[in-house]
Design a protein around this ligand. Sequence first.
Ligand code: PYR
Length: 307
Amino acid sequence: MAKVTIVGAGNVGATAAHIIASKNLADVVLVDVAEGLPQGKALDMMHMRSVEKFTVNVTGTNDYEATKDSDVVVITAGIARKPGMTREDLLGVNAGIMSSVIDAALEASPNAVYICVTNPLDVMTYLAYKKSGLPTNRLMGMGGVLDSSRLSFAVCEKLGCMPEDVVAWALGAHGEGMVCWPRFTTVQGTPITELMSEDDVEAVVERTVKGGAEVVAHLKTGSAYYAPGASIAKMVEAILTDSKEVMSVCSYIDGQYGIDDLYMNIPTRLGKNGVEEIVEFDLTDEELAALRASAESVRAGLANLPE
Ligand code: PYR
């Protein structure tokens, strides 16, 4: 049985653990510094096994020893934003957490594929890359699957269509600089640019970019976790089943789309080796310029990383 470690037993980590277990994808180890939190949530999930009919084990621990030799490690540790905050406001605190977590996780699981989730996502993933020295195929971030799912939702709301008929692409920064590709966002194969007015496309994109903040404004005490948890599980499934599916993943960009040395959401083929390929769409000059501007917004965040 495959083994997945989830670092951080907060709402995002625990939701991802629940979905991975429910799909019987892998044994899950939840690790957290808070004593009792991962143990309690893991036991609660085990109490659910006979109801949901899964057979994998979920365990909780404060010790990385139990995470040893994981196939996939997901890092969700860090603080979440509150109303009025951007993801970038979390940088100072979360950079310290990410630095210590990546060292400990890597010592226990040197051969795993790593998925960073901690915000600000693109900057934290780059930090993990620099700290860990991991090959870029084995280190990625989760942001684009979530953003694309929010775009799909906004399209369904606007057109009254079904999620299974929608292919949606949200890319670039997992933050205010996010970009959507309406020309490649389709309902039963037809681009949304042919199904709604320019104003409606703009509204749908706006709803996507602000989707995370919309949830934070409702919750007041923290940020989204159901959709982030499901998005993590989707990526883990693609890796463990070697599905070779292409999705929006925060991957290392090394010249593709004319962008260099940066982690940002980009169409990525996932499989057993982690990132199998960065897929280059045929973009117009305008789309390319928007993606590069998004890259610059990530680069501005990198400049704020503590030495
Ligand atoms: C989001 O909801 O978009 C987060 O980044 C947690």
